[in-house]
Design a binder for this molecule. Structure first.
Ligand SMILES: *Cc1c(COP(=O)(O)O)cnc(C)c1O
Length: 229
């Protein structure tokens, strides 16, 4: 299978879905989730036009970022406090922040490097027990902590919908969008303009996510493995 072609086909289908729902495809960033493949496959996707990649392990993010510093690397995995030093500064965007202690650590590390680390707050919209993330009600408190801290910039929200239930996915994505709107309305104009990203949608449900307003989608298998196209 030709991964460059697979990426191009994804972009074509994204353009089609955007057209159907009256959105501009330029408003949706595609993060190709490369966690299951190696450097050659990443290069193939890049040959097809991919520039944003997602990794869920700190050691992989470090390795791939340092191998391909010309691309943007997104951290989408579980945050471990002692590995944050490998992630801060390398990640264009950390998608999976939901603990205050991690926000404080990110702030410290970013300040030490003299940078600003962009983050998304991960929300467990469906309330599934097996999923990590903030409850919608607790999200504002962590947002306020991030806004107070130096070196960390809250840029929006991220969620994962339960697998295999389209109705639930649609509800979750719509719920995340409503939560973003609600939180934005309590912010200054400057903060609200910055706090505007909705990272939602994977191989199974990215079309639904785009229709519900995703500004970032995170497809993995449908780009990198032949069986999912
Ligand atoms: C693995 C992963 C993806 C990609 O999932 P696919 O089903 O392969 O598209 C997206 N987001 C997160 C957080 C992941 O862990």
């Amino acid at each position: 299978m030709d991964i460059a072609q697979s990426y191009k086909e994804f972009i074509q289908e994204l353009a089609q879905v955007c057209q159907e729902c009256g959105r501009d495809a330029n408003d949706v960033t595609v993060v190709a989730v490369s966690k299951t493949v190696g450097a050659p496959e990443i290069e193939q996707a890049a040959n097809g036009g991919a520039t944003n990649f997602g990794e869920n392990r700190p050691e992989r993010l470090e390795e791939m970022h340092d191998l391909f510093p010309e691309y943007s690397w997104h951290f989408i995995g579980n945050i471990q406090s002692r590995r944050l030093k490998d992630v801060v500064g390398r990640a264009t965007l950390i998608h999976s922040l939901f603990q205050e202690s991690h926000a404080r650590k990110i702030s410290e590390l970013a300040c030490a490097q003299g940078i600003e680390q962009r983050v998304l707050l991960e929300v467990n919209v469906s309330g599934e027990e097996s999923k990590s993330g903030l409850t919608p009600q607790d999200t504002k408190a962590l947002l306020d902590v991030c806004l107070e801290l130096p070196g960390i910039v809250p840029c929006g929200l991220m969620t994962m919908a339960p697998l295999g239930d389209e109705q639930e996915a649609r509800r979750d994505f719509a719920g995340l969008r409503e939560l973003l709107n609600q939180l934005q309305s309590g912010l200054s104009q400057v903060d609200a303009a910055q706090f505007s990203e909705l990272s939602m949608g994977m191989t199974n449900d990215w079309r639904i996510a785009v229709r519900e307003g995703a500004t970032i989608v995170r497809p993995g298998r449908c780009i990198f493995s032949p069986n999912f196209r």
